[in-house]
Design a protein around this ligand. Structure first.
Ligand SMILES: Nc1ncnc2c1ncn2[C@@H]1O[C@H](COP(=O)(O)OP(=O)(O)OP(=O)(O)O)[C@@H](O)[C@H]1O
Ligand SMILES: [Mg+2]
Length: 415
């Protein structure tokens, strides 16, 4: 941690997935839904304004949610209600979701990072695997959160802020030498492509048999980086070949490009002490050794769930791959949240979940940023995002520091 700042994570934070919700600002001419956020309670509330206030509104934070009124509303769209008739869904329910943090639309990327990601990245410097991913419907702000805008210091994304923190740590830390390698990949139409090497397409996932590093991608480029600028140059290269496209929805509101693939920036961090120790081997001979900490940080920008009608028929295959893999992710999250001994966890049903197996319930600290839209028309997807958030919050992980004696060369190849 910088200066005298203390890490705020508790032991219980290390044993579960942490989840926050972040709302993006409304676009010009969007009709806002009835969503309010209370950062002091860590609560996001979807309101049904046609109902009287709940009789008992004591928060039930353990549950992650509180149902205020389970009777579906039947009022018409003109009354300011959620428009059950208009959308033909059963959303006439006021609900509160209790998460680890909530961030309103005025909160910057840097503030989200400081409050929700910084402690995790500090642990990564000290041998813990970490994963941060943004989940949410299309146009809700995942790429804005993870990649951001390099031109504005407050809007730099989580990827760049994490790299800055790792290099700051390396510079301030005099007792050890920190080495960082980077990879950048995308999963497009269920195929893994190397974003740092155009030739690297259709790559295969392999399991690390030791179980500490999780799955890795065979043949993926991994480059040692010396400073922030080197990362930015490499990252820009990857961004140029990543699959973005305009969709009907992104053009309607923002005229920006929508992510058509899931992308993962993978950082491998090695923390090697400057002072070696004397240890005895089996023959009781003294020799020099040191214990090296190593970790992997996954920074994931998912493609967003979307309706085919919002995308355009020319993107049918892409959209169905995106929706299928997000469906498998949801199934994995559901199974893990309800985990009993007999539960089968369908990690193998998609490349994304296969790759993130360690991050979801394994040896990793994991933080999920659920991005939501304030748009009235997006309410069904907002609710499904928050249901995902609620379930993800129930998942247990087993993060522990990875340490090896004198073994750092092996680790290097496991990105
Ligand atoms: N918190 C925010 N503050 C300011 N602008 C935002 C915020 N969140 C999103 N935006 C803007 O909203 C638009 C859509 O955001 P973004 O591209 O991040 O969505 P997405 O969730 O990645 O969508 P997709 O799944 O289609 O890739 C962009 O113009 C982005 O700059
Ligand atoms: Mg995106």
């Amino acid at each position: 941690m910088e200066g005298n700042e203390e890490e705020k994570l508790t032991e219980s934070d290390l044993s579960k997935i942490r989840v926050c919700a972040r709302m993006r600002p409304p676009f010009y001419d969007e009709t806002k839904a009835q969503i309010s956020m209370s950062s002091s309670l860590g609560c996001i509330e979807i309101k049904d304004t046609s109902k009287p206030a709940p009789v008992n509104s004591a928060p039930n934070a353990k549950n992650g949610t509180e149902r205020f009124n389970s009777t579906p509303s039947t009022t018409s769209e003109n009354s300011g209600n959620f428009g059950i008739k208009r959308k033909q869904t059963s959303i006439g329910v006021s609900k509160r979701y209790y998460l680890d943090e909530v961030f309103a639309e005025t909160v910057s990327n840097r503030q989200v990072y400081t409050k929700f990601c910084k402690d995790l990245v500090h642990r990564v410097c000290n041998g813990y695997n970490g994963t941060i991913f943004a989940y949410g419907q299309t146009s809700s702000g995942k790429t804005h959160t993870m990649i951001g805008k390099k031109t504005d210091p407050d809007s730099i994304g989580i990827d760049c802020l994490a790299i800055q923190q790792l290099f700051d740590f390396a510079e301030e830390n005099e007792s050890s030498e920190i080495t960082i390698w980077v990879s950048y990949m995308e999963i497009y139409n269920e195929v893994i492509n190397d974003l740092l090497d155009k030739e690297g397409t259709n790559l295969k996932i392999r399991e690390d048999t030791s179980g500490t590093m999780g799955a890795y991608v065979e043949g993926l480029t991994s480059l040692k980086i010396q400073n922030y600028q080197e990362f930015m140059d490499i990252f820009e290269r990857g961004e140029k070949i990543r699959n973005y496209a305009k969709t009907k929805l992104s053009e309607k509101y923002t005229d920006v490009y929508s992510s058509r693939s899931h992308t993962i920036v993978r950082l491998m961090v090695q923390n090697k002490p400057n002072n070696a120790n004397f240890v005895k081997d089996d023959e009781k001979t003294l020799h020099l050794s040191y214990s090296v900490k190593y970790s992997i940080l996954n920074l994931v920008d998912l493609a967003g769930s979307e309706r085919l009608s919002d995308v355009g028929m020319n993107r049918t295959l892409e959209t169905s791959h995106i929706n299928t893999s997000l469906f498998v992710l949801s199934k994995v999250i559901n199974s893990l949240a309800e985990k009993s001994k007999s539960t089968h966890i369908p990690f193998r049903d998609s490349k994304l979940t296969k790759l993130l197996k360690n991050s979801l319930g394994g040896n990793s600290m994991t933080s999920v940023i659920c991005t939501v839209s304030p748009n009235f028309d997006h309410l069904p997807l907002t609710i499904s995002t928050l249901e995902f958030a609620k379930r993800a919050k129930n998942i247990k992980v087993k993060a522990r520091a990875n340490e090896v004696i004198d073994d750092h060369d092996i680790v290097q190849n496991k990105l």
